[in-house]
Design a protein around this ligand. Structure first.
Ligand SMILES: [Zn+2]
Length: 145
């Protein structure tokens, strides 16, 4: 599982042009989904197998993924921060819960943009949004609010 997750950011970066590291788990590169001369694609590795990609020219995430032979599942694996621990009631810091909520909202927004732009809402996208909601609920409970 971990190896599989660790592979996807490299697989993505290996397929991009003019990749430049801009920080911890952050890169910019030329967007593979449009004629990109300036590196307008931002890649953020969340560190747990989930990768956020954003084209500043406005390409949808799905097109970018397809251009490099990846799928939603490659960058948004089901594994979440809160469910890979023991099944006992887990308490996390509120700041971690906020980080989870911020990330999952970005995921949902990215998917919503894609649906709007492409007019395609496949079942995988809807299921991924449902999982975002479940992850947010788990984070809420784990923060013991
Ligand atoms: Zn683009």
């Amino acid at each position: 599982m971990e190896e599989e997750n660790a592979m996807s950011v490299d697989k993505l970066l290996n397929n991009l042009q003019k990749v430049k590291r801009t920080g911890e788990g952050k890169w910019i590169a030329c967007c593979p989904a449009h004629q990109d001369r300036t590196a307008s694609l931002a890649v953020t590795d969340n560190g747990d197998g989930r990768i956020l990609i954003n084209c500043f020219a406005g390409c949808d995430t799905y097109s970018i993924l397809r251009s490099v032979g990846l799928e939603w599942a490659d960058v948004m694996p089901e594994k979440s921060i809160t469910n890979n621990e023991k099944p006992v009631k887990q308490i996390i810091y509120a700041s971690d819960a906020l980080r989870i909520i911020r990330f999952e909202s970005q995921v949902m927004l990215a998917i919503a943009y894609d649906i709007t732009k492409t007019g395609i809402a496949d079942l995988e996208m809807i299921k991924r949004m449902e999982r975002s909601m479940q992850t947010i609920n788990k984070a809420y409970e784990a923060a013991n609010v």
